[in-house]
Design a protein around this ligand. Structure first.
Ligand SMILES: [Zn+2]
Ligand SMILES: [Zn+2]
Length: 256
């Protein structure tokens, strides 16, 4: 499985894109930096996009992807919970901000919304995709994505602490996890629904207790202005738990 991190941050600036991950060039997870991170040709090779929640930094490239695909006569399945699909239809693809790409009359629509049901494994292309609710504002799900060779990742989406209820459903080799702010922002993290390196530490301890192993950990959704502190604090977690905890970068590729 080839895991390509297109965007690794919670904001956009030169060199930093919002979170978007592409598996094997065909399955995109969240659409923060999706179109700015892929050539148009590579965008046409995508089979599906799965979205974790409706916050703008995770769905923002759905309209630009739709326009690129429509101009090339293509279309794509976009999977998420009904409330996320509805939010995109109401606020973005509403005929005012962008065309209603999900309703194209003559030809096949560029966007085909498909609902996912938490805790039910869904087959998307060659992948088994399992949505697990996490602790964030509104309805947010993390995804375990398992390929036909048994390789699996779990992406937590944005989440605050308290993930132990997720672990029993999962056995990923790689955990891609929200670490938005450094430890001194722990109150902010709780208030806004995110993790710090110290919170991540607690979650990993519980993971190890429950599952008997630790996955390779890749942090995403960092705030660029706090990245130096997050990196130092994550290195400490890595040292204590004796497992790699790496901060993702735009363009990073991991093969499992
Ligand atoms: Zn969010
Ligand atoms: Zn976010």
């Amino acid at each position: 499985m080839d895991i390509h991190i297109l965007g690794a941050h919670n904001v956009e600036s030169k060199g930093a894109r919002c979170v978007s991950i592409v598996i094997d060039g065909v399955l995109a997870v969240d659409a923060g930096g999706l179109t700015s991170g892929l050539s148009v040709l590579d965008q046409t090779k995508l089979e599906a996009v799965i979205l974790t929640h409706q916050h703008y930094d995770h769905i923002r490239d759905i309209p630009t992807l739709a326009l690129n695909l429509a101009l090339n006569g293509g279309g794509i399945d976009v999977y998420s919970t009904p409330s996320v699909c509805q939010a995109i239809e109401t606020h973005l693809l509403n005929g005012t901000l962008y065309p209603k790409f999900q309703e194209s009359a003559e030809e096949k629509p560029a966007i085909n919304f498909k609902f996912i049901e938490p805790y039910e494994t869904q087959r998307i292309d060659v992948y088994e995709v399992l949505a697990i609710p996490v602790n964030h504002q509104g309805i947010t799900v993390g995804y375990q994505i398992k390929d036909d060779k048994g390789k699996a990742i779990f992406y937590t989406a944005d989440t605050e602490p308290g993930l132990s209820h997720c672990w029993q459903h999962l056995s990923p080799q790689v955990l891609i996890v929200d670490v938005t702010v450094s430890n001194s922002y722990d109150e902010f993290a709780r208030k806004t629904g995110h993790l710090t390196p110290a919170f991540l530490h607690e979650e990993l301890v519980q993971f190890q207790e429950l599952k008997g192993y630790l996955p390779t950990v890749i942090a995403v959704h960092m705030n660029p202005s706090l990245e130096k502190e997050i990196k130092e604090e994550a290195a400490l977690v890595s040292q204590i738990l004796n497992t790699p905890v790496t901060l993702a970068k735009e363009g990073m590729r991991i093969t499992i």
